[in-house]
Design a protein. Structure first.
Length: 165
């Protein structure tokens, strides 16, 4: 790993650690806890995602800090445009997370999840097969609804504009 690549990885990891802490703070400030003290409530899953983001990003940063750099002449062989494509994919993923949060408040869980997964498969994964795109969006939306709403009894977000929950 080159020194430039190592520094870039540390910077991206640090950004995602900070983003994870901001996410956790936002969840704690805006989503109410479950009833009964220790019960799983609407805050549990978003909070778990924020904690997971912080832990994985911190592990990435620590791994890059302690890993030795390679000697000159043994640099990584990456395809042309690899760095640019990585930045584009990270930016698109961050944009999808922000869009999902906004859509969730406007149209509720069901439509927001379906639309976000549909866009993610089309834009980030670049899969254009209709059966795969619709199947992923419907399957993931239904599976999450089934687990949280139907089985665990945890109410999912209702939208201001529209709600099919």
């Amino acid at each position: 790993m080159s020194e430039k690549s190592r520094k870039s990885d540390i910077a991206f990891g640090g950004f995602f650690v900070a983003f994870g802490f901001a996410w956790i703070a936002g969840v704690v400030r805006t989503i109410p806890p479950g009833t009964g003290g220790g019960d799983i409530g609407p805050r549990a899953f978003p909070l778990m995602l924020g904690i997971l983001l912080v832990l994985l990003s911190a592990g990435w940063v620590i791994g890059r800090i302690v890993s030795p750099t390679e000697e000159a002449g043994t640099a990584e062989i990456l395809p042309p445009g690899h760095r640019r494509q990585t930045v584009v994919n990270v930016s698109l993923t961050l944009g999808m997370l922000l869009l999902y949060g906004w859509l969730m408040t406007q149209v509720g869980f069901t439509i927001a999840t379906f639309c976000t997964i549909l866009l993610t498969v089309l834009v980030i994964l670049r899969d254009r097969r209709p059966l795969v795109v619709i199947g992923m969006a419907l399957g993931v939306t239904f599976a999450i609804w089934l687990i949280f709403e139907a089985i665990l009894g945890i109410p999912l977000a209702n939208g201001r504009w529209l709600n099919l929950g």
